[in-house]
Design a protein around this ligand. Structure first.
Ligand code: SF4
Length: 297
């Protein structure tokens, strides 16, 4: 039978572990708990916690809550959310990742120091992403969000620039943006850039490439809406053509897993370990069934 290995580097980062642990502490005490946005970009994990009593609310629903307990997930929130919570008598369980808190502080400090000198603060990140909203909120919503090179059209290259990155962006794209700004900016003005990409994320790419190379078949487990999942899957597929994106054990029935000596299971930073274990169990069942049917012939 094939060796089936779960990638030891895959699964939750410590920021997500902390948020889920906090949620479970409150749910374990049978307390009513709301979560502003999905606690993690994985529907199955959200459903598991909702079965324990957690209720996920969007921003409209949040605006109508009063005197409730609300969890702030690892991505963090802008100051306006904390202000609303205060006005509505909400008790916040703040699970913002410490790395994100630190980044918010740096962006706020930069804004305070430069708000009157014409410096443009750029956040290299995905517009509308919760973490990016939290960072832009530190600048009274004046920061310019750049996701891809064409977005640099929003930037004035005659004025100083200070750039930070969303923690989950790709290091490679960050370097490209830095390079283009360096070439285009007026040499008489300053350009400071801070690579604030979380190393838990950037290290995952070389790690997953090694993992993909070491296995004949790779099953990448992730929710389709996880952007981190999409980029890690891409990195895996570039190294090993035999890589398949699945959302859980139910997808195994569609795949041919027989005939491989080494099968690897990996996932996004939002993929729970229990889900990858279930995938492993499903593969074992399928391989066993194919051995048994071969013996019957
Ligand atoms: S990826 Fe990094 S910054 Fe983001 S939640 Fe995880 S540990 Fe925190």
């Amino acid at each position: 039978m094939a060796i089936i290995e779960i990638d030891k580097h895959s699964g939750y980062c410590f920021g997500v572990v902390k948020a889920i642990t906090k949620a479970e502490e409150h749910l374990g005490n049978k307390e009513e708990l709301y979560c502003l946005g999905d606690i993690v970009h994985n529907n199955m994990e959200v459903e598991r916690l909702e079965k324990k009593g957690m209720q996920t609310v969007d921003y409209n629903e949040f605006a109508n809550l009063e005197n409730k307990k609300v969890l702030i997930r690892a991505h963090g929130e802008p100051p306006s959310t904390y202000k609303m919570a205060e006005q509505q008598g909400l008790e916040l369980v703040d699970a913002t990742c410490p790395v994100v808190i630190n980044l918010q502080r740096r962006v706020r400090k930069a804004y305070q120091e430069h708000k009157n000198d014409g410096t443009q603060i750029i956040i290299f990140g995905k517009p509308g992403h919760a973490e990016v909203n939290g960072l832009v909120g530190q600048t009274q919503n004046t920061a310019i969000v750049v996701e891809h090179l064409p977005d640099l059209v929003k930037v004035d290259f005659e004025k100083p620039i200070l750039m930070f990155s969303q923690t989950t962006k790709s290091l490679e794209e960050y370097r490209q943006v830095v390079e283009v700004i360096t070439t285009r900016i007026n040499s008489a003005v300053s350009f400071e850039h801070y690579d604030t990409i979380c190393r838990h994320m950037s290290n995952r790419v070389p790690q997953i490439r090694n993992f993909a190379a070491a296995n004949e078949l790779v099953l990448f487990v992730s929710d389709a809406k996880s952007s981190n999942g999409k980029s890690l899957y891409k990195a895996c597929k570039e190294v090993n053509e035999n890589t398949f994106f699945i959302s859980g054990p139910d997808d195994i029935s569609e795949l041919d897993v027989a005939g491989f000596d080494r099968i690897g299971i990996s996932g996004a930073t939002s993929t729970p370990r229990w889900l990858m274990e279930e995938v492993r169990h499903e593969i074992e069942k399928k391989l066993q069934a194919s051995v048994e049917s071969a013996q019957e012939l």
